[in-house]
Ligand binder design. Structure first.
Ligand SMILES: CC(C)(COP(=O)(O)OP(=O)(O)OC[C@H]1O[C@@H](n2cnc3c(N)ncnc32)[C@H](O)[C@@H]1OP(=O)(O)O)[C@@H](O)C(=O)NCCC(=O)NCCS
Length: 142
């Protein structure tokens, strides 16, 4: 498996959007708007590959000079639970550190809170609803 940063608008980005639609949005009956996708140009886009097959992905969205927000973390359904998500997270955190960020925050789905806790993230505050699912704010100091 290889991990890399990918470019907005590239063929790899199209693959990424497909994976995110399949894993994160279609099960909720949702998709992405053109505006949402255009706005992702400013983000750090990350994917795990086996040859030209995308195994998983995530993105880091700059919040301020110290902070990035992790979003759209997804691993192919038949490949979950094999360590791919953790590898993507370590790669994303190292990339964030290299770029001078000191903190990762996220709105974690409650179903994934245990995954992030294993990686050292802490829940902050009360839960809230987003895309019709319960979420918690989570934070890790890098
Ligand atoms: C959540 C997700 C990204 C995790 O990636 P993954 O490749 O399946 O996870 P890994 O195999 O790297 O798991 C790492 C560790 O976390 C644990 N873990 C994985 N998913 C978990 C979950 N949902 N809840 C609790 N623990 C979890 C694993 O058991 C493993 O533990 P171990 O180190 O003791 O063996 C992936 O399952 C996924 O895409 N889920 C659907 C989409 C989603 O919920 N995305 C997150 C939105 S916030």
């Amino acid at each position: 498996m290889g991990l890399k940063q990918i470019d907005h608008g590239s063929s790899e980005y199209i693959q990424m959007v497909q994976l995110r639609k399949q894993i994160l949005r279609a099960p909720l009956g949702l998709s992405f708007t053109e505006e949402e996708l255009a706005d992702e140009k400013k983000n750090i886009l990350i994917a795990a590959y086996d040859d030209d097959v995308m195994l998983g992905c995530c993105m880091l969205c700059p919040v301020d000079r110290q902070t990035v927000r992790l979003r759209q973390m997804a691993v192919q359904g038949n490949l979950q639970g094999k360590g791919i998500g953790a590898s993507i997270m370590y790669f994303a955190e190292n990339l964030a550190r290299d770029k001078g960020y000191e903190r990762v925050v996220m709105h974690a789905r409650d179903s994934a809170v245990g995954f992030y806790e294993k990686l050292g993230y802490k829940v902050i505050g009360e839960g809230f609803m987003e895309v019709n699912l319960p979420h918690h704010l989570m934070v890790k100091e890098l």
